[in-house]
Design a protein around this ligand. Structure first.
Ligand SMILES: NC(=O)c1ccc[n+]([C@@H]2O[C@H](COP(=O)([O-])OP(=O)(O)OC[C@H]3O[C@@H](n4cnc5c(N)ncnc54)[C@H](OP(=O)(O)O)[C@@H]3O)[C@@H](O)[C@H]2O)c1
Length: 254
């Protein structure tokens, strides 16, 4: 019987690359995002697999529970959960809109945590499953000018690595993807295009392929790209104040 992967943020960028990878391997899919029309297009382009569409704004309270309840109602078993939906915003914390930043926390942290919670109960019952949580290289240091975004990704990495240990005596794996700048809609949404940090953005298919392989192997953390790997190692050794200064300088557009 075919396995099923649930992918949040399936309509563009990394999420859409994951859709193609899972579909090529014959997985049935549950697509979660806001853009229903785009998900219907995606569904039509994969006629040989079962594709379920859930159009929802995951930045609203209880959205993750709604997703889980819909999946349960349809009798779908989730074998792989990909918590990928997320966004960032460039600017001073006190100048950016507070509601948008709260929505970011709700999407990047709360929805990811709640969906993991509900799906994990089911995975525990059958002692099998894979979870791929999308963090970022932003997880490794404070990020002035993207303060909330970096903090949300630090949460994702810490939370996911803790789960790896909690689940060490099970057949359930949790993999955290930490991409650096990648060519998707993220740059336009976050307003980071033209910054130094985005001058070496990677292609999204390469990033998704590396993450997919790491997830299949049950690896703990995958940092994509040699330059990004060096950056995350440097962040571990630099004083936090220095790492924050570097992060601030690459977030500038000059
Ligand atoms: N690209 C990068 O440079 C980069 C670097 C590090 C980490 N990441 C992380 O990678 C993940 C994927 O981002 P991406 O780069 O692929 O960006 P993207 O192309 O903008 O894709 C974001 C996806 O999330 C969905 N989404 C956004 N807000 C949502 C909401 N409120 N409710 C439900 N779905 C929502 C979008 O679909 P709809 O608009 O249809 O809802 C879209 O499918 C994010 O977690 C991001 O933080 C990206």
């Amino acid at each position: 019987m075919s396995k099923t992967a649930l992918i949040t943020g399936a309509t563009s960028g990394l999420g859409y690359e994951f859709v193609k990878l899972f579909a090529n391997d014959g997985y049935n899919l549950v697509l979660v995002a806001r853009n229903k029309q785009k998900m219907e297009e995606i569904k039509r382009s994969f006629p040989t697999i079962a594709v379920t569409i859930i159009s929802i704004d995951l930045s609203t309270p209880n959205a993750a529970k709604e997703v889980f309840d819909l999946v349960e109602k349809q009798g779908i078993t989730i074998d792989v959960l990909v918590n990928n939906a997320g966004f960032g915003l460039l600017g001073h914390f006190d100048v950016l809109d507070i509601q948008q930043q709260v929505n970011m926390i709700q999407l990047n942290i709360v929805a990811l945590t709640e969906l993991t919670y509900y799906v994990l109960q089911k995975m525990k019952q059958k002692n099998s499953g894979k979870i791929l949580n999308v963090a970022s290289t932003a997880a490794f240091q404070p990020g002035p000018l993207m303060a909330v975004y970096y903090a949300t990704k630090a949460f994702v990495l810490s939370f996911s690595e803790a789960l790896v240990e909690e689940l060490s005596d099970t057949q359930i794996t949790v993999t955290t993807l930490c991409p650096g700048p990648t060519k998707t809609n993220f740059g336009a949404v976050a307003n980071v295009e033209g910054t130094k940090m985005f001058s070496r953005a990677m292609n999204s298919d390469i990033v998704a392929n590396q993450a997919y392989d790491a997830m299949l192997k049950g690896k703990r953390v995958v940092v994509t790209g040699g330059f990004n790997k060096v950056g995350t190692i440097a962040a571990k050794f630099l004083p936090r104040s220095m790492a924050a200064k570097v992060a601030k300088s690459i977030a500038s557009k000059e």
